[in-house]
Ligand binder design. Structure first.
Ligand code: ADP
Ligand code: MG
Length: 396
C-alpha cells in the first residue's frame, strides 16, 4: 500500500471521515557541495523518492492534534500556548514549525492529522526537514496563507535551529521545499536562488547507508563551523564563499595548518559544485563522477569528517566498473554515501557493494536506488494509491 493510502486510511479510521488534504515533503541526498551551505556557498542536492506524508483536516479552533504512525503516539497542543521542547521529541518538530510560522506573522489555524513516512530516521537523509516541510504544508492547507518555497525553508530551518536547538544550514529545508522531479538543484545558499541540473542520461543515483552513526557529530559540526568562520574573519570576508581559489592559494600560508585545510575544502568544494553543474548540463557523467571522487578526498583529508565505514563503502563503490564516482554525503562521521552509477548496472552495483562492504567491515549496509522527486506539495483528488492528481506544485 502506498503511504498516501496508509495515512489516508489511518486518518479515516481515527477521525471518522476521509482527510480534507494529503501533503508530502521529501528527504534529500546531496550529490556534491558538502559543508558549504553554512559558508554561504553552493550545494547540489536532490529530493529523494522517500517522504513524510500527512493526512489532515482543518479544525475550527486553534488546536493541533497529531497522530504519528511511526512513533505510535498521539499528541495535542494549542497554538496560543505552545509547549516548550523536551528532548527533541517528534512533536517538537511540529510545534517548532508552528512557533516559527507564528513568529513570522503567519496566521495559523488548527488541524488534526496523521503523519507517516519512509525517510529512514537519523541516517542523514533529513527525515527532520521532511517532517518540518510536511508540517508547514499542513499549516498552509489549514490556514490558506501564500506558499513561498524559500520562505518556508527559512521558517523550518529557524524551527530546527531555535526551537530544537540543532545548528543546521539551509540545504535540507530548501531542497525538501523546492525539489524538482528528475533534477538535482544547484542552490546558492546565500541568495537561495535555485537552478535545476539534469542527471546525466543513463545514470542512477544510489544511496549507500553505512549502518553506522556517531554520537559526536554535533560538536564536531559546530567546531567545523567555527573554524570556517575563523578563516573568513582572517580574510576579512563575510563567508568563505567570498574568496576564490587563486586568491586563497596566494594567501593560504597566512593561516595555521588546521584552519588552512578546513578553508581549502570549502573553497575547492564550491568550485567543484559549480563545475558539477556544467558537467550535468553537458550530460558528462564521467566528469560529474570524478568531481564526486575529489569531493570525498577533500572531505576525508582536509575537512576530516569522514569515517572508516564511509571510506570503506566509498572505496567498494568506486571499485565497481559501473560506478562513475562515490562520496560521503551529509554531515559525515557515519551515515550515508552517494554514488552515481550506470543505470543498467545499478542492481548489480547494489548487490556487489552490499556484499563487499559487509565482508570488509562487518557492518550491515542499506543501499537504495533513488529518483529525484518533487518538493513539498499538496496531493489531492481521488485514486490516491496509484495515479494521484496534484495541485499547487507549479507556483513555487
Ligand atoms: P535525520 O538525519 O533523519 O534528519 P534527525 O535526528 O535530524 O535525523 O531527525 C530525526 C527526528 O525527526 C526523529 O527522531 C523524530 O523526532 C523526527 N521525525 C522524523 N521523521 C519522522 C516521522 N516520520 N514521524 C515522526 N517523527 C519523525
Ligand atoms: Mg535532520
Amino acid at each position: 500500500m502506498s503511504l498516501a493510502d496508509t495515512v489516508k486510511d489511518h486518518f479515516t479510521a481515527e477521525f471518522g471521515e476521509p482527510p480534507a488534504f494529503i501533503v508530502r515533503a521529501p528527504g534529500r541526498v546531496n550529490l556534491i557541495g558538502e559543508h558549504t551551505d553554512y559558508n554561504d556557498g553552493f550545494v547540489m542536492p536532490l529530493a529523494i523518492d522517500r517522504a513524510t506524508w500527512i493526512a489532515l483536516r482543518p479544525r475550527a479552533d486553534n488546536k493541533v492534534d497529531v497522530i504519528s504512525i511511526d512513533m505510535d503516539d498521539r499528541r495535542e497542543f494549542a497554538l496560543d500556548d505552545l509547549p516548550q521542547p523536551a528532548d527533541a521529541d517528534w512533536i517538537d518538530y511540529v510545534i517548532g514549525v508552528a512557533w516559527s510560522l507564528l513568529e513570522r506573522g503567519y496566521e495559523l489555524r488548527g488541524w488534526e492529522g496523521v503523519v507517516g513516512g519512509d525517510v529512514p530516521i537519523g541516517s542523514g537523509l533529513s527525515s527532520s526537514a521532511a517532517l518540518e516541510l510536511a508540517t508547514a504544508r499542513a499549516f498552509y492547507c489549514a490556514s490558506g496563507f501564500d506558499w513561498d518555497a524559500a520562505a518556508m525553508a527559512l521558517a523550518c530551518q529557524a524551527a530546527e535551529n531555535n526551537w530544537l536547538g540543532v545548528n543546521c544550514g539551509i540545504m535540507d529545508q530548501m531542497i525538501s521545499a523546492a525539489g524538482v522531479a528528475d533534477r538535482a538543484l544547484l542552490i546558492d545558499c546565500r541568495s537561495l536562488e535555485c537552478a535545476t541540473a539534469p542527471l546525466p542520461v543513463g545514470t542512477a543515483v544510489v544511496i549507500l547507508d553505512t549502518g553506522t552513526r556517531r554520537g559526536l557529530v554535533d560538536s564536531e559540526y559546530n567546531q567545523r563551523r567555527a573554524q570556517c568562520e575563523a578563516a573568513a574573519r582572517h580574510f576579512g570576508i563575510a563567508a568563505l564563499r567570498d574568496i576564490d581559489l587563486p586568491t586563497f592559494l596566494k594567501r593560504e600560508h597566512e593561516l595555521g595548518p588546521l584552519i588552512r585545510k578546513r578553508a581549502s575544502h570549502v573553497i575547492s568544494e564550491n568550485g567543484r559544485t559549480l563545475r558539477a553543474r556544467e558537467a550535468m548540463n553537458a550530460g558528462d557523467a564521467a566528469l560529474l563522477g570524478q568531481l564526486m571522487i575529489e569531493s570525498h578526498v577533500s572531505l576525508r583529508d582536509d575537512f576530516e569528517v569522514s569515517s572508516p565505514a564511509l571510506d570503506a563503502i566509498v572505496d567498494c563503490a568506486n571499485a565497481e566498473a559501473g560506478c562513475y564516482g562515490a562520496r560521503m554525503t551529509g554531515a559525515g562521521f557515519g551515515g550515508c554515501a552517494v554514488a552515481l552509477v550506470r543505470a543498467n548496472a545499478a542492481d548489480a552495483f547494489v548487490e556487489r557493494v552490499s556484499a563487499q562492504y559487509q565482508a570488509a567491515t562487518g557492518n550491515k549496509p542499506a543501499l537504495y536506488v533513488t529518483r529525484a522527486s518533487r518538493g513539498a506539495e499538496t496531493v489531492a483528488g481521488t485514486g490516491l494509491s496509484t495515479d494521484f492528481a496534484t495541485e499547487d506544485t507549479e507556483e513555487t
